[in-house]
Design a protein around this ligand. Structure first.
Ligand SMILES: [Zn+2]
Ligand SMILES: [Zn+2]
Length: 236
């Protein structure tokens, strides 16, 4: 009855659809094309795949072991991410998590190991209160459901007093990110044991500062052998 009164339509093409984005529009979003940098996951646009690093990751500390992203940052993709971030999580989450699951199946490090624990990048408590949910958490939980993986919360977001990073220099930005992500007390005190493989999950990989800062903290946990980063979108 409700479906008849309020038929669901795709927000992009207006066609009838069970979800906010229909399968055809989802398929049309630009994927990160191969070849990629096998370290940071950036497209190399023709250069051979290698783990030695590329223009976007060379010179940065190697806090994580590898990063992968599903989609390129294009206007329709960012429209989708914005919709997901600000209000319509439930409708979009399943479709977006399916993209991450497909990427999972195409990434040997992920596919061939069953020890992964998913770690959503935390957001500030005040932001969580405003939005009602953390988009990274929603993605991690949905992906965990699809691939039978546990979601753990060893990280918290600390208010460094720098809500906007835009006026900071690159060095200040890096330092700010390092301070912004900390281990939560129970994990810091060693009361909990993490899985040996930890995967940082987030919506967008921009400069990699967040991923590196989170990975650096996760490295402090005992018994961690590998840290990956999985995001929906890759910028740059
Ligand atoms: Zn559509
Ligand atoms: Zn790279």
């Amino acid at each position: 009855m409700l479906d008849w009164l309020y038929p669901n339509t795709c927000e992009f093409c207006g066609e009838l659809s069970d979800s906010t984005i229909c399968p055809a529009c989802l398929n049309a979003l630009a994927r990160v094309p191969r070849p990629i940098c096998l370290y940071c996951g950036a497209p190399t646009y023709g250069l051979a795949e290698s783990g030695d690093g590329c223009r976007s990751c060379r010179g940065f500390s190697r806090d994580y072991d590898f990063a992968r992203a599903a989609l390129l940052r294009t206007p329709p993709t960012m429209e989708l991410v914005h919709a997901f971030k600000y209000g319509r999580a439930a409708h979009l989450c399943r479709a977006l998590a399916a993209l991450l699951a497909a990427l999972w199946d195409n990434t040997p490090q992920l596919r061939n190991c069953r020890e992964w624990g998913l770690v959503p990048v935390p957001i500030l408590r005040s932001r969580l209160f405003q939005r009602g949910y953390n988009q990274a958490e929603e993605l991690a939980v949905a992906l965990g459901g699809l691939r039978g993986l546990q979601v753990i919360h060893p990280l918290c977001r600390v208010d460094t007093g720098q809500s906007s990073q835009t006026r900071l220099s690159a060095n200040e930005r890096r330092r700010n990110a390092r301070q912004a992500y900390q281990l939560t007390p129970g994990w810091r005190e060693g009361k909990k044991t993490p899985p040996s493989h930890l995967l940082v999950v987030d919506d967008v990989y921009t400069t990699g500062a967040t991923a590196r800062a989170c990975a650096a903290k996760l490295r402090l946990l005992p018994g961690v052998k590998q840290i990956g980063v999985l995001t929906l979108v890759r910028a740059g």
